[in-house]
Design a protein around this ligand. Structure first.
Ligand code: SF4
Length: 452
């Protein structure tokens, strides 16, 4: 199924698309279902249960705040951490639309048992009761990464999205390109025009560019911020310090300064995300620093960069992200960090190759190289916070994406391993990965770094 650019790249709140934004969206859906019943039944109480990875790392990832924000009716693009915090009084929120109170401590339960048989790990069950404690409505949702949510009852009823160029594999994408003589960004541009019939291509391009502008704002905001990230690790924010250090360096030319800049851009966005700030899912929040850092690299450090290059970058990245979402997963809870940082790295490598004038074959090659060298990457966030290893991992992912693009651009596009094969391998690796390495904080760095 075609994944629209504007579904993949969404403006939202940190720190996690699957653990904060997904639950917020699920709460919105549940409240919407209840409004249909409101005339018939007076809702007296709502209870919410979160399961698996959502429970195990939910407190560090702000799942409780996401659920509360969604019940209050906030959307990812209009909520801020201060709005949520000021709505919570004595651990409770008042849900205006239902005229009831929701006590976060009593009505929200974290259930820590893992169910490795389920296709998706991040499950949320909402129940609404009458005054006599009769169950009026129960709904189960899965948060599947990138802020996307599946309603269990409607799992198979996928909305059919009709676009001119439908594809479900990288091979098909390349075939369309060859047969129609069209570049990958133009394939996506045409599809987005099909989905937004009232808009001109120029308006769509402007909407894509506005996504970059949001990303750029996160870079600038992150570069200005000082102090500590939330949580008991008391980690100092580094982007501002690294930036000031770099601009004070003596005049001696150091060709590796560019690496320092890319690191700063990626860390700035990731620190914003970890601070419950505003970021764009790219394709997730945990990996939100990679694509902005590589676009900023394209603007600042490559010759003849321009707006068209930025738009082509993002449209191409979207084509690749859609392949991972449909054929594997973009959730750390389902595939480990290869599904988040690995996918973002692959999307960024493809995007940069496109912006620099690469052929469709070189774009596919860059995306493949980037994922091939992220295979097996586990998710083991310390204290369940999107901080260690996540923030530095974005910097590493951005540099790797640039290198993958360079390797590809220096070749002809011909290569042994296809992108489809590497996506299949990533998904099989994810399914075979022990649950302790899938956003549960039960293994890896999360258990071996003792002082945290
Ligand atoms: S380790 Fe990777 S997948 Fe896990 S929370 Fe951090 S960025 Fe997300």
């Amino acid at each position: 199924m075609y994944v629209s650019f504007f579904d993949l790249f969404k403006i939202g709140i940190g720190p996690s698309s699957s653990h904060t934004m997904g639950p917020l969206n699920a709460s919105n859906l549940f409240i919407k279902s209840l409004t249909f019943l409101k005339k018939k039944h007076k809702i007296y109480r709502i209870k919410v249960g979160v399961y698996g990875s959502l429970a195990l790392t939910g407190k560090g990832h702000g799942t409780d705040l996401g659920i509360a924000a969604g019940l209050l009716g906030y959307k990812p693009n209009n909520v801020t951490i201060s709005k949520i915090s000021s709505s919570i009084k004595d651990n409770s929120i008042y849900i205006d639309s239902l005229d009831i109170k929701f006590n976060i401590k009593d009505d929200l339960k974290f259930n820590y048992k893992l169910n490795s048989k389920s296709r998706f790990s991040n499950k949320i069950i909402y129940s609404a009761f009458s005054k006599k404690n009769d169950l009026i409505l129960e709904k189960t949702y899965y948060s599947i990464g990138g802020g996307f949510v599946i309603d269990q009852e409607n799992q198979k009823k996928n909305k059919i999205i009709k676009v001119r160029y439908d594809y479900n594999s990288a091979n098909k994408l390349l075939e369309i390109g060859k047969n129609e003589g069209i570049s990958i960004p133009n394939i996506i541009r045409t599809n987005e025009k099909d989905l937004n019939k009232t808009k001109t291509e120029r308006e769509i391009d402007n909407d894509v560019l506005s996504i970059w502008k949001e990303m750029n704002k996160s870079i600038y905001k992150g570069m200005q911020e000082t102090g500590q990230l939330s949580g008991k690790m008391q980690i100092k924010k580094r982007a501002n310090y690294l930036y000031k250090r770099l601009i004070k360096k003596d005049e001696t030319y150091d060709p590796l300064d560019v690496l320092d800049w890319v690191n700063i851009f990626a860390i700035a966005v990731s620190e914003e995300n970890a601070s419950f700030g505003r970021v764009v899912t790219a394709p997730t929040n945990g990996a939100a620093g990679i694509i902005p850092a590589v676009i900023k690299y394209y603007i600042e450090f490559t010759k003849e960069s321009n707006d068209k290059g930025i738009i082509d970058f993002l449209l191409t990245a979207s084509a690749i992200g859609g392949l991972y979402k449909n054929n594997a997963s973009i959730s750390g809870a389902d595939a480990g960090c290869q599904g988040e940082v690995g996918v973002a790295c692959s999307m960024a490598a493809a995007g940069l190759t496109s912006a620099l004038g690469g052929t469709n074959e070189q774009i596919e090659n860059a995306a493949e190289i980037a994922m091939e060298h992220n295979l097996g990457l586990t998710c083991d966030p310390i204290n369940g916070m999107v901080q260690i290893p996540c923030i530095e991992r974005n910097a590493m992912g951005a540099i790797k994406a640039i290198n993958a693009s360079r390797i590809s651009l220096n070749g002809s596009g011909e290569h042994k391993v296809s992108l489809d094969e590497v996506i299949k391998t990533m998904w099989e690796t994810g399914k075979n990965m022990n649950e302790i390495y899938k956003e549960t904080s039960k293994g890896g760095l999360a258990v071996n770094v003792s002082e945290c």
